[in-house]
Design a protein around this ligand. Structure first.
Ligand SMILES: *Cc1c(COP(=O)(O)O)cnc(C)c1O
Length: 381
């Protein structure tokens, strides 16, 4: 079976993890701060805070921005459930902004209209979470300007997008957002097995995320609220979590991040091959905006209206090609239907979902495999 995504693990990756395993610290050693600084370097952000998953860091990002029970958070319906769940963890309400029909990313026009409407009704969101689907950046200058105009904070869910660029900015640089979150799950661009990082340029937000990641506990002498009791003393200031990344994970990340540019270049090269081999077949490509570099986490196409996606999907799987569908719209998940969402709430997202198909894309995918995939698909169309 050709998977839809797969990690690329080198001997250096294995050696890096093994070295930690035989060292004194399996967690809370030097690897995590090194990984944080490596992510800050590649994204050009001031601060990077590592945790045990992107899901955890999305939660911590919401907490740092002060998302509370009465607040509202908006995200895209075409995403993994974590982009929405993070707000529910804070007790906030979630709503969605419909997507652009071609990119599947949060539609800037739909966002503008929804902001205007909700301002009238006095129910503006506290935070919006655009998602860079496939690694293709959202229209961040427009989203950022709207957020500023309405006093809304922005968290970029860049789980798919490390190593990408938007105009002359690196994804994670936070030019148009407060915080950007990356995932290092094995199918993503680089991996720590499980893991996530949040970047920001705001010292206060970085400090808050560090505390929320680690029980709300500090050992920083300058932050103590009570008199110091001695070297063993630490203080808990609010209710945090154990969302820490281990040094084993960070060592893998430190080794993987050295190949980030190579991975992104290879993914783009394979994407161009797909475009070339599938042109004139009637499929639409879910493509990055001009003036961006996509990390190309996913190779996504939209099948023509008259093609039954399930038939193509099942036949590709039967041929040993693990195509996938990203994503079943979050608002149609049974849990979200129970919260009051319904079919037809976000028609563009539902239409996108019905026609999208994810083809295999990962650095070690061979050209023979890629040709086999495109020939099989062409035969079915
Ligand atoms: C993978 C993913 C997440 C969650 O990442 P984890 O590191 O697995 O928690 C969140 N949002 C999007 C868009 C993702 O693809």
């Amino acid at each position: 079976m050709i998977p839809y995504g797969h990690q690329s693990i080198s001997q250096s990756d294995i050696d890096a993890v093994t070295a930690v395993l035989t060292s004194d610290y399996l967690t809370q050693g030097s690897q995590v701060p090194m990984f944080e600084s490596a992510v800050a370097t590649v994204t050009r952000a001031e601060y990077a805070v590592a945790g045990n998953s992107a899901t955890s860091m999305l939660h911590v990002a919401c907490l740092a921005l002060g998302v509370l029970q009465q607040d509202i958070v908006w995200t895209s319906p075409i995403t993994f459930v974590a982009s929405a769940n993070c707000a529910l963890y804070c007790g906030a309400k979630v709503d969605f902004v419909d997507v652009d029909p071609l990119t599947g990313n949060m539609c800037a026009i739909a966002l503008a209209n929804k902001l205007q409407e909700s301002k009238k009704q006095g129910c503006l969101p506290k935070v919006i979470i655009p998602v860079h689907l496939c690694g293709h950046s959202c229209n961040m200058d427009v989203i950022g300007a709207l957020a500023k105009q309405y006093g809304v904070r922005v968290i970029e869910d860049a789980s798919h997008a490390i190593g990408g660029q938007y105009q002359d900015q690196y994804i994670g640089q936070c030019q148009y957002s407060d915080i950007t979150v990356f995932s290092f799950h094995p199918v993503k661009i680089i991996t720590t097995a499980e893991g996530g990082v949040a970047t920001t340029n705001c010292a206060e937000l970085a400090k808050a995320m560090v505390l929320y990641r680690s029980h709300g506990v500090t050992r920083d002498k300058d932050m103590m609220l009570r008199p110091d009791e001695g070297d063993w003393y630490y203080e808990q200031h609010f209710l945090g979590f154990n969302y820490r990344m281990t040094d084993l994970q960070a060592a893998l990340g430190n080794s993987q991040i050295m190949r980030l540019d190579e991975f992104v270049a290879k993914r783009n090269q394979l994407a161009r091959r797909y475009h070339f081999l599938l042109k004139d077949t009637g499929v639409e490509f879910v493509s990055p905006l001009d003036n961006t570099l996509s990390a190309y986490h996913l190779m996504m196409i939209l099948l023509p209206e008259n093609i039954a996606r399930k038939v193509v999907f099942d036949a590709m799987r039967a041929a040993g090609i693990c195509v996938h569908v990203h994503y079943f719209p979050v608002h149609l998940q049974p849990y979200y239907l129970n919260l009051g969402f319904a079919e037809h709430d976000f028609p563009q997202a539902e239409h996108f979902y019905r026609h999208c198909l994810t083809l295999p894309l990962y650095p070690d995918l061979s050209d023979e495999q890629l040709v086999f995939i495109t020939e099989t698909l062409k035969g079915l169309l």
